[in-house]
Design a protein around this ligand. Structure first.
Ligand code: SF4
Length: 261
């Protein structure tokens, strides 16, 4: 029987925020988490959806592609990847919650073409989802939202034990890890409550990361909630000063830490 295909909601060429160099980012549709500040709400559900356009029409979100078609699109820009140190990033939604036979075949096919592959993940999947892609994936953009398990459950709909365990296992396996911390004012930016306990855990577990990116919350997804007829919940970005203090608190511990993607 043919492997089930995942839905793709966007193939973005010339992306410069999803890993090093110029990249093609492929966004898969469907995610096990439900972050209330998600700026791609059309990425959350595993089924095709309709979004209203500003002219009153509707767009269908979610397309099935064969692995060969995605590889064909990615290869078109190979020269740019080679010149810039870029490649392909698989993002979402959650890549590793998709049919893994398909994802593993895609990652392997890209790697065999000599294309660097990165995977953007929330880590909220069984470690068995990482295993087939691990040998072919150059790095993981590992999104971390909240260290406290109960507050993680409160905001994201489930705890974070699996996310932390997977981070540790990837680090121990020598995977390239770029931690991406979404910074939401008043939610995960308090030094004593949020930042220091996470730093203590990173150090105690000897997690090795290439770099930490502090990504301030933004409202660019607001219109998408309206287009999907869903309720937009407003949050706020921390001040530049607060972000810089957090950046320094990681930097003094020896982590290469930057603000932004
Ligand atoms: S993990 Fe990412 S894609 Fe999934 S709901 Fe959260 S922000 Fe959205």
């Amino acid at each position: 029987m043919a492997e089930k295909r995942p839905l793709v909601f966007n193939v973005q060429k010339f992306s410069v925020h999803d890993g090093p160099g110029i990249r093609t980012t492929i966004f898969f549709k469907g995610c096990p988490l439900a972050c209330p500040w998600c700026h791609n709400p059309e990425s959350q559900r595993f089924e095709v959806e309709r979004m209203e356009r500003s002219d009153g029409g509707q767009d269908e979100v979610g397309t099935y592609y064969s692995v060969a078609e995605l590889v064909r699109q990615a290869v078109q820009d190979q020269i740019f990847y080679e010149r810039s140190g870029g490649g392909v990033t698989l993002s979402g939604g959650e890549v590793l919650a998709q049919p893994m036979g398909y994802i593993a075949e895609l990652v392997r096919a890209l790697a065999e073409k000599g294309i660097s592959v990165g995977i953007d993940t929330s880590g909220a999947v069984p470690f068995t989802a990482f295993e087939p892609v691990l040998p072919y994936t150059d790095f993981f953009l590992y999104d971390m939202k909240l260290f406290d398990a109960e507050r993680h459950r409160q905001y994201m709909g489930q705890g974070n034990r699996q996310i932390l365990e997977n981070m540790k296992r990837l680090s121990d396996a020598g995977a390239g890890l770029y931690l991406r911390l979404i910074m939401v004012d008043g939610v995960n930016t308090d030094g004593d409550r949020d930042i220091r306990p996470f730093q203590d855990w990173l150090q105690a577990q000897q997690i090795r990361v290439e770099r930490i990116h502090l990504l301030p919350y933004h409202e660019l997804g607001r219109h998408k909630y309206e287009a999907l007829h869903r309720t937009f919940q407003p949050f706020h970005a921390p001040s530049g000063q607060a972000l810089e203090a957090i950046r320094q608190s990681f930097a003094v511990l020896g982590y290469d830490t930057v603000i932004g993607g």
